[in-house]
Design a protein around this ligand. Sequence first.
Ligand code: PMT
Length: 432
Amino acid sequence: MSAVAGKRIVLGVSGGIAAYKAVEVCRRLMDGGAHVLPVLTRGATRFVGRATFDALASEPVRMSLFDEDDPIPHTTLGQTADCVVVAPATARVIGAYAAGISSDLLTATLLATRAPVVICPAMHTEMWEHPAVAANVATLIQRGVHVVGPEAGLLAGGDEGLGRLSSPGDIVAALGRILAQAANPPSETPDMVGLSVVITAGGTREPMDPIRYIGNRSSGKQGHAFADEAASRGAEVTIVTTVGRSGPPGATVVRVDTAAEMAAATTAAAADADMVIMAAAVADFRPVDPVGVKLKKRDGVPDVELEPTPDILAALGASKPEGQILVGFAAETCDVAANATAKLSGKGADYIVANDVTAENAGFAGDTNEVVVLASDGRMLPIGLRSKRDVARAVLDLVLADRKRRDGRQDPSSGGQEHSRYVSNTVSQEIQ
Ligand code: PMT
């Protein structure tokens, strides 16, 4: 799903020759599922027609502070927007915004919003490089405004240089990143800064022939929720995933299909990791010899010989570097506690997150989960039904509190005993 899908985006268009490219920005945002509210300056209408945006956008063009149905259009637009983007942004609009001057609906909306603002400047090189414009842009950047472009290239009148509006594709991609960042703000407790975490997500696919595979129902949501949570707490995240989803900003995403590919990518990434979280549903068996052409029905039921896949978690458990924390999962349909306990010791993990995948609103594909964390020291900590992100948060809270307790014990000056009792009580209360 596109990062702009379902977002209310005010598209400000000011008066420059590049305004025609705003039409394409509008179309791409609409294609991505955004709700686009166009705001044109009077100058913009000298370059593009109001009717074009009326036809393409989610709502009709707004231009004036006074003659619309809404008596206070700038505050309505500013307060309800998920993002305001100005493309192209002229020197005048940039200057007015930086100076806090609301001379028209667009500049008033810019001042009336707390949503992320993205300006995409476009002007001649001499104007872009003028100290006044440079100072205004610097002021806006300092205030947290995002600036996309300009680029070097052909300008109006046949000139060449820096000042060309970024391409509509680049503008929409930047908007997607900024919206994803806004939806996933850095944690208030960045307690994973300096930790590298490898996370697996999704279900592997083991080919039988070029079009059929043995797979499972994992959507990757639980694994990606761990990646989002760990990244928001400051961790350096590598996610090895079978699903076509982007990772959190700054994460390394490794796309794989099969258990063998996941094993190779995870083992390589895990060598230097502080923590590994195996949330993926890895196939236990794969066809020994996938055929190179489509199996034909007329040839009868295929006699597919299966072999075990590499057990990634067990291999990581057997070669775990000193201090690394290994978290496995157990997807179970019966005897959950017994099966998960057997996996905890059998695979050499520090924790197993036992997931009864038959429980209502838990397990595969949905947005919620309910699990019990088994720790290698015998504790069993239930995490009740909640969003997959909150499950990830609760598991990480527990693991990090244990890590802190362990480090405290190793530091004789820290009064480890008292500290340990306090932290483990806090964690138990938090996750009940
Ligand atoms: O992706 P979602 O739709 O959000 O669903 C989430 C989930 C149900 C997939 C997740 O919560 C979960 O339970 N993941 C583990 C699924 C699984 O494969 O469980 P298992 O009991 O078969 O495997 C035990 C552990 O060994 C797991 O950590 C698994 O990643 C690992 N394993 C399994 C087989 C194998 N060949 N190599 C492995 O490393």
